[in-house]
Ligand binder design. Structure first.
Ligand SMILES: [Ca+2]
Length: 261
């Protein structure tokens, strides 16, 4: 579900469903794209604590429909056991039984954090995509590097194949469109999948602001062994390049130089 063109501000997301405790989350929206993922329960592999990144969890067990899971829900479910009243049939099995009571009891005692980590990304409107002089566009549009809508074909102006001495270079300028550096933890670039012309060697140059100074960080693509604080970038099987800055930084410009496909 998407909400578009929302003015900047603080929003309360409320999700309710029959049998589920009401989920509410406050999201502060300022210029970027914000997303949360919610599941009907807790997923394996995550630590559901406030300081850990995890998806949101909807908890089942609200028998009386007041939005919360309390002892009164358990009492109501016990009263409804083996009855015709299916409002307490939490698993939808057609009867109210001990399995429903177990589900409710588990959630009644569960005090884990259910609030989803909010993920942010930068909309196309906040970046200016440009190719450098050494690079020509032979298919698609540069914006498609961000949207992935159409395949993008880039070649060295020299007409030679891509190499260290004949790279193709594209930059994403955030300062130009957004009028200020944009706080972000990373970005995803859409490049051709492995079946076509996958990027096999590239360098990502990040220009960012820290304590009023402009700094740069160079991230080789494909080397996943680097320490996290240096940032890392890798080519995914679908061809996209995922760049992780190793923390939130105020990004002015990102330049990617492809030296082999
Ligand atoms: Ca309730």
């Amino acid at each position: 579900m998407r909400f578009r063109n929302l003015p900047n501000g603080t929003y309360t997301l409320t999700v309710s469903g029959s049998g589920f405790a009401t989920y509410t989350q406050t999201i502060n929206a300022q210029d970027l794209l914000y997303s949360v993922q919610l599941y009907t329960g807790f997923l394996a592999g995550y630590t559901y604590a406030a300081d850990n990144v995890h998806p949101g969890a909807l908890r089942i067990g609200d028998v009386d429909g007041d939005g919360a899971i309390r002892q009164t829900d358990a009492d109501g479910l016990i009263d409804a056991l083996e009855s015709e009243d299916l409002s307490a049939d939490l698993d939808g099995s057609g009867t109210v039984d001990l399995i429903d009571l177990q589900m409710l009891a588990a959630n009644l005692e569960d005090t884990r954090d259910t609030q989803a980590a909010v993920q942010t990304s930068v909309p196309e409107s906040l970046m200016t995509v440009e190719k450098e002089e050494n690079t020509q566009l032979t298919g698609g549009s540069l914006e498609d590097l961000v949207t992935g809508a159409q395949p993008v074909k880039l070649q060295p102006v020299s007409g030679e194949s891509i190499s260290d001495s004949n790279p193709v270079t594209v930059s994403f300028d955030f300062e130009k469109s957004a009028k200020a550096p944009v706080e972000m933890e990373g970005l995803v670039l859409q490049t051709p999948p492995a079946s076509e012309a996958a990027v096999s060697a590239a360098t990502v140059l990040v220009e960012y602001e820290e304590n009023g100074e402009t700094k740069t960080m160079e991230i080789p693509v494909g080397n996943g062994m680097l320490a996290r604080f240096l940032g890392a970038a890798s080519v995914q099987p679908d061809g996209s390049i995922v760049v992780d800055f190793g923390g939130q930084i105020a990004v002015k410009k990102v330049t990617i130089k492809v030296t082999a496909v």
